[in-house]
Design a protein around this ligand. Structure first.
Ligand code: NAG
Ligand code: NAG
Ligand code: NAG
Ligand code: NAG
Length: 469
């Protein structure tokens, strides 16, 4: 079976080279090879047009909030150099590599059918378009995100009449994108949404376009901690002949992004940290353990992949961990892993989390502080392993250990014959992106050198044993 997989890969490599070189050239701007390797590795999002859920807003719910403090909160999402302009015009946008968001502290009308945001100001009329998703560098993905039209100023056309008035600001974002992949869901929507809305202390209405019921249901407990208002599904609110203009005391279109699985206290709105976000997750999901010392018997969670990047000698690895005195929990079923309530509490009661590179490692966010994250770092995936899961782990208050596999442990050695082959020496130069993806990401399994891996696990054991409260 394994051999079969390995040999099936070889013709792929040659077949893919020529046609995909073309696609490769067409692909995005100045994006790293390794990053592009991952772009296309994510599942295609599921269409949801038939299953849109209706949510009705309670128009009576308003907060006593003076406009000064609302202005202050909104201005926290404006870069320092733009504050002067923001005060003068009531509108400002922040454009970064990954994210773009616009902020206004003026009374704002949102036509949920046309996805038009109208901001009456005394300025001459201007129009802008924004696709509110934290992946602005990915042109292909962004095409799936419905553009929001922002109309500023000008009184030639009367502003639309409000059908519903909310006394709080709106945050407009899309749940299009890589829905179904936990890394992308949390990295590109949940964390940016927290960054953008946490400062409002639930006094904010979430206006969701490209509404995905599966996503909204999965994260309902988390979303409920960000807003005390019902969530507005833009398309459903505009369905049929219903009126669809919602008015707000201000608005943010788009979500602010700080970095992969991380928050940056020095970036706007300033003062948010990854540790604070972890605490927020624990509160939202009622997770029990905040610190690893609260777990009595050292427990390892081994994330078992069943299709790609498999650990072939998993049983042997588990035996070694048990010999060292760990209780070992092996989780393989996608149904368990995608059940946020269940899996987050399972991870939260573990002291060590072990897995090969992949989206499931995003669950490191649920580890108690002081726990250990061990990543099995495969051939050709070093950059991604560090960027997406390794470096962020450190900001999460967990110890990060990397187990770098040798070519002898990788199934790729059978294909390329020698560890001096370019595939091992220079993965970046060896193949164009799409082929590289088939080889390193989809075509690689690992047989771990248990003796060598034992050293990593011994270190993990001493870290969790010695971890002071
Ligand atoms: C809003 O308040 C009015 C009057 O107090 C009441 O009749 C109405 O039912 C309320 N609407 C909602 C949605 O609670
Ligand atoms: C808005 O309308 C007023 C009165 O009709 C007019 O004096 C003013 O120039 C208009 N402003 C803009 C920006 O069109
Ligand atoms: C929508 O409402 C208008 C005015 O109430 C009515 O004339 C029209 O027939 C309605 N259209 C549909 C499709 O129900
Ligand atoms: C955090 O944000 C500040 C301000 O934008 C920036 O200078 C710094 O490089 C960021 N740090 C990281 C680790 O991205």
């Amino acid at each position: 079976m394994e051999k079969h997989l390995v040999f099936r890969l070889t013709p792929w490599i040659f077949l893919l080279v020529i046609p995909l070189l073309y696609v490769d050239i067409m692909w995005g701007k100045n994006i790293r090879f390794e990053q592009r390797l991952h772009y296309i590795s994510s599942p295609v999002s599921i269409s949801s047009s038939s299953a849109r859920k209706m949510m009705i807003v309670n128009p009576n719910k308003t907060v006593e909030e003076n406009s000064d403090s609302l202005h202050f909160l909104l201005s926290r999402l404006v870069q320092e150099q733009d504050l002067k302009k923001f005060r003068a015009t009531g509108f400002s946008c922040d454009t970064q590599v990954y994210s773009k968001h616009c902020v206004t502290d003026r009374a704002t009308q949102i036509d949920t059918g046309a996805m038009t945001v109208t901001i009456p100001t005394s300025q001459p009329r201007r129009e802008a378009w924004l696709r509110p998703y934290a992946r602005q560098e990915d042109e292909i993905l962004l095409k799936k995100v419905t553009p929001v039209k922002i109309v500023l100023g000008g009184n030639a056309t009367a502003p639309p009449v409000c059908d519903h008035s909310h006394g709080v600001p709106a945050v407009v974002f899309s749940t299009s994108g890589f829905i179904g992949n936990v890394f992308h869901e949390i990295n590109e929507i949940i964390i940016p949404l927290y960054i953008t809305t946490a400062i409002f202390k639930k006094n904010v209405v979430l206006v969701v376009e490209d509404y995905r019921p599966s996503f909204m249901a999965k994260y309902s407990n988390v979303l409920a901690q960000l807003t005390s208002y019902e969530i507005l599904n833009a398309a459903a609110a505009a369905a049929g002949n219903r009126s669809s203009v919602h008015c707000f005391s201000g608005a943010i279109v788009g979500l602010k992004f700080h970095g992969h699985l991380s928050l940056n206290a020095s970036d706007i709105p300033r003062g948010l940290s990854t540790l604070g976000f972890k605490q927020f997750l624990r509160d939202s999901l009622h997770l029990k353990f905040s610190h690893v010392s609260q777990i009595k018997k050292p427990t390892v969670m081994l994330l078992s992949r069943r299709t790609t990047r498999r650990i072939i000698n998993e049983e042997e690895v588990v035996g070694m961990m048990e010999d060292l005195g760990f209780r070992v929990v092996v989780v393989a079923r996608a149904k368990v892993i995608s059940n946020l309530e269940l899996f987050s509490s399972m991870i939260n009661s573990c002291s060590v989390f072990v897995g090969a590179h992949g989206a499931g490692l995003t669950n490191e966010l649920f580890l108690p502080d002081g726990a250990v994250m061990v990543q099995v770092d495969l051939v050709g995936l070093e950059w991604a392993a560090a960027t997406y899961y390794g470096n962020p782990a450190r900001g999460m208050g967990v110890h990060y250990l990397r187990y770098k596999v040798e070519p002898e442990e990788s199934s790729l050695l059978k294909i390329f014959g020698s560890r001096t082959h370019q595939a091992f020496v220079d993965p970046k130069g060896a193949f164009p992106v799409h082929v590289g993806r088939e080889v390193y990401l989809n075509g690689q399994n690992v047989r771990i050198n248990v003796e060598r891996f034992r050293e990593t696990m011994v270190e993990a054991m001493s870290l969790v044993r010695d971890e002071p409260m």
